[in-house]
Design a protein around this ligand. Structure first.
Ligand SMILES: CC(C)(COP(=O)(O)OP(=O)(O)OC[C@H]1O[C@@H](n2cnc3c(N)ncnc32)[C@H](O)[C@@H]1OP(=O)(O)O)[C@@H](O)C(=O)NCCC(=O)NCCS
Length: 240
């Protein structure tokens, strides 16, 4: 019989430095197992995030490492990315990623209240979690244009695809929370729930063929009113 796990989700600090290696190893092996690309991180980089108080780490009730995520800032703090989300395979499907993402989102809002928060993902689970936090799908053109951010993609196996698409699209779906202009979490959550199965099929389709051209976030319908919300969000993911 499976034991119900309980988790502690903490802001990481100096006392957690020794977990950096296992975190990096798990990030690399999970990406390999999923057959997806990932920006590679070194244990030193993970440790830096812990020292800076820009990471969240989770343990189970026995003190076993269970998950991690960290904050990066771009464009002189105009953008924040919540990156490197990882849950140990032993502890998946128990709601831990959701807890970690909530904690890192709250930490990001507290540290950088004016910043736009974004993430790139190939996974439906992360899209779902992001939707519950109020993120909406956006085109890459709405993300930071900071060269240092995009340089992080160089170590991903899909980098050539990204460049062949002139950095406008790739395997990952971009999602963003703009503190000054965002839907309510209930709205983005409902949208995700309604469209989940279609989104799943389209995510697969996206991996097969990229769709263009881009849709402007502020697109208007023929009467000059903002485009229908569902349609707009949908178009933004797949760039119809
Ligand atoms: C993706 C990952 C972080 C999810 O962690 P987790 O702790 O299992 O996620 P949660 O239990 O919090 O699940 C959140 C939601 O996503 C759903 N979900 C989880 N894994 C899923 C999957 N593989 N496919 C579809 N939905 C999934 C859950 O059912 C849950 O939905 P619910 O609220 O309806 O129950 C974990 O599988 C992982 O570390 N994967 C490898 C690294 C990775 O992909 N990181 C993301 C990079 S952007």
């Amino acid at each position: 019989m499976e034991t119900q796990q309980t988790f502690q989700v903490l802001i990481a600090d100096e006392s957690h430095l020794s977990f950096a290696q296992i975190i990096c190893d798990e990030m690399a092996s999970s990406a390999k197992a999923r057959g997806t690309g990932i920006a590679k991180r070194s244990p030193e980089y993970i440790q830096l995030k812990m020292r800076e108080g820009k990471a969240v780490i989770a343990f189970n009730q026995d003190g076993v490492w269970a998950g991690f995520c960290y904050i990066e800032t771009w464009g002189h703090g105009e953008y924040v990315a919540n990156s490197g989300l990882i849950v140990s395979p032993n502890f998946r499907k128990g709601g831990l990623a959701k807890m970690i993402k909530r904690k890192i989102f709250d930490l990001s809002r507290q540290k950088y209240p004016e910043a736009k928060i974004f993430g790139l993902t190939t996974g439906l689970a992360v899209m779902k979690i992001n939707s519950e936090l109020g993120y909406e799908p956006v085109t890459y053109s709405e993300l930071t244009q900071d060269e240092a951010f995009w340089a992080g993609c160089k170590s991903c196996v899909n980098y050539e695809i990204l460049m062949s698409k002139e950095r406008k699209n790739c395997m990952c779906t971009a999602m963003l929370f703009d503190p000054k202009d965002h839907y309510q979490p209930q709205e983005t959550k409902e949208f995700f729930e309604e469209k989940k199965s279609v989104l799943e099929r389209l995510l697969r389709f996206k991996q097969w063929k990229f769709l263009q051209p881009f849709l402007n976030k502020d697109s208007k319908d023929k009467d000059g009113k903002p485009a229908n919300k569902s349609k707009k969000l949908f178009q933004q993911i797949f760039n119809f």
